[in-house]
Design a binder for this molecule. Sequence first.
Ligand SMILES: *Cc1c(COP(=O)(O)O)cnc(C)c1O
Length: 229
Amino acid sequence: MQIELKLQQIQQKITQACELVNRSMSDVHIVAVTKSVSIERTLETLQVGLTHLGENRPEGLLSKQEMIKTPAVWHYIGSLQTRKVKQVINHIHVLHSLDRLSLADEIQKRADKQIDCFVQANVSGEESKQGIGLEDVESFIESIKDHNRIRIIGLMTMAPNTTDEHVIRNVFKSLKAMQLKIAEKQYAHAPCTELSMGMSNDYEIAIEEGATYVRIGTALVGEESEDLT
Ligand SMILES: *Cc1c(COP(=O)(O)O)cnc(C)c1O
């Protein structure tokens, strides 16, 4: 199936999720996760009208940017090694995976301008998951208030590996509660108004629980090995 059809289906589901909880569609942004597809398919993604692209490897990001001249908003969604910061930080608009002080320090050192960042939280406590424990998110954000190259626009998480909707929903609820708590503090460096949560399998739940950015890969662009048409 083509990206355009997949997008229509996803938009329909997003509309339903928004209606269910009385949210406006315009508050939900789709980040098309193109990390495992070709430049051609990434171009197709832009052609259907999507503008936010998500990549998780420096090589993939840079090679695509070299070939793609259409304006796009580039999101870096994967864990980012400190030594790779200088390669990518001035090529992205949004980082979804700020999860440690050493990474913040390196961004501060290498960024030419202020970068919009999500603090990645590990809500479920699964050891395989990246991110700062939810209870430490606030003190982490306070600790980087003098890093003037970093603006914390929100919190990000990945749901645990389970099909239990209730468990997934509670993870999203907890992240939303923390986001609100931090937003209320009105930190100058951390407006924290956004929530990056929800992927192919759980974006509807995430939207019901307040996601403003959903990161969708397989359900939208598939994987390169798969024939979309
Ligand atoms: C790959 C990836 C996604 C997209 O996952 P799908 O299940 O293919 O939608 C979203 N977020 C992160 C951090 C990822 O690494």
